[in-house]
Design a protein around this ligand. Structure first.
Ligand code: DAH
Length: 406
């Protein structure tokens, strides 16, 4: 068994190490302390077993008292080792060897019945006290270790909420989207409903129902992307007119923004571009309503300064047909060599007209009862005019330096 001074030394070393923070050395010390204490606790068990065989009353009493004191000391040593342990597994080892079912202390308590009556209170008191104290130390230490581990875990998991966040780049609306939103807002304000249709369209909706039969030369103007049999990438948003009229009875007031496609590429044409279609069908609609509506729309989008003009046009699905132009924002009509308007002074903005009776008939509307007007405009081109952008291809290159300006 370890003597008093060794035990003190061991405990002091342990405390010193704990304080010094030389954590890497502490485990070695603990290991040796534990091993020593456990060896002692186990060896005391043999003494308790031997005690049962002692026949002489007086000797039994004396040995029992001595042994219970040794057990108490051993438990005391176990407490000290427990206090410097920082490992839950080691604490459990101490508990099993000192307080477990086959530990010496436990064995001694079981043996009390066979001891001379006069020593029982003292032996019982000593062993019970030792048991209780060691139990308390071990469970207190276990709680401490758990708390410390949690503390460390929390410190490791800490998030520094004062660190600057990830910068979140601000997006910009594409200029075409700005114009589309603006135009759609205007028409919704007039009571028009938003309608949309597929970008992959059937030949029937894109052409035939709009009064452009197969083999008609008007088709060639559309530079169509043909897909599988009978399918095309829609060359305009006009097929949404047909879809809308087939789906409802008049009156109809819809505005239909969307992407459209043509085999075309130069400063004012890109293979993908946008259109906004509009359609109104009701009793008594005239070209006057069309003109008033589109002029109000142009004033809403461009302000009062830009001039607007209507001139005769031609579309298969309207009769009569018109085109609406905006005055050129680059030269104002004063430069015969202007790159944008090519000297014309005007920029084509939209096509429109009174819905051809043949189209109304095709969708089952009575052209004697109803008339309608329709229009199709290019928000990309309108954005060029509005923001003074000379090349349409800039719109679809995705260059952030361009987009950040809007
Ligand atoms: N769909 C025609 C185009 O892409 C534009 C257009 C013209 C639409 C007249 C219409 C319209 O609704 O009435 O060129």
């Amino acid at each position: 068994m370890m003597d008093e001074s060794t035990r003190k030394w061991l405990a002091e070393q342990a405390r010193a190490f704990e304080k010094s923070g030389l954590a890497e050395q502490a485990p070695r010390l603990q290991e040796s302390g534990i091993a020593e204490q456990i060896r002692e606790a186990d060896s005391l068990k043999h003494k308790v077993e031997e005690l049962r065989d002692v026949a002489d009353h007086a000797r039994l009493a004396a040995q029992a008292l001595t042994l219970s004191n040794e057990l108490a000391k051993s438990a005391q040593l176990a407490s000290e080792v427990a206090q410097v342990t920082d490992n839950l597994r080691q604490l459990e080892q101490l508990r099993v060897h000192n307080l477990g079912r086959s530990a010496a202390l436990t064995e001694m308590k079981r043996t009390i019945q066979r001891l001379p009556v006069e020593v029982r209170p003292e032996v019982g008191g000593t062993t019970n006290r030792a048991t209780r104290e060691l139990e308390q130390v071990i469970s207190a230490r276990a709680e401490q270790i758990t708390a410390e581990e949690r503390e460390v875990q929390l410190r490791e998991d800490t998030v520094d909420v004062t660190l600057p966040g990830m910068p979140f780049p601000k997006g910009h609306l594409h200029p075409s989207m700005r114009v589309m939103d603006d135009v759609v807002d205007f028409f919704v304000g007039l009571g028009y409903r938003l309608a949309e249709g597929p970008e992959v369209e059937t030949d029937y909706y894109n052409f035939t129902a709009l009064n452009i039969p197969p083999e008609h030369p008007a088709r060639s103007e559309h530079d169509t992307f043909f897909l599988d049999e009978g399918l095309v990438l829609r060359t305009h948003t006009s097929p949404v007119q047909i879809r809308t009229m087939l789906a409802q009875e008049p009156p109809v007031y819809v505005v239909c923004p969307g992407r459209t496609y043509r085999r075309d590429s130069d400063p004012t044409h890109t293979p993908m571009f946008h259109q906004i279609e509009g359609l109104a069908v009701d009793r008594g609609l005239t070209l006057g309503h069309l003109k008033g509506t589109l002029a109000a729309m142009a004033r809403h989008v461009f302000g009062e300064e830009l001039k607007v003009r209507l001139r005769p046009g031609y579309f298969q699905f309207t009769e009569p047909s018109v085109e609406m132009d905006l005055s050129c924002f680059v030269c104002g009509g004063n430069d015969p060599n202007c790159k944008l308007c090519k000297g014309a002074g005007w920029l084509e903005m939209l096509g429109a007209g009174m819905v051809d009776p043949a189209v109304l008939e095709e969708v089952g509307y009575d052209p004697e009862e109803y008339t309608g007007f329709a229009f199709g405009m290019g928000p990309d081109r309108m954005a060029m005019v509005k923001y003074g952008i000379p090349d349409l291809r800039l719109f679809f290159e995705g260059d952030l330096r361009f987009l950040r300006q809007f």
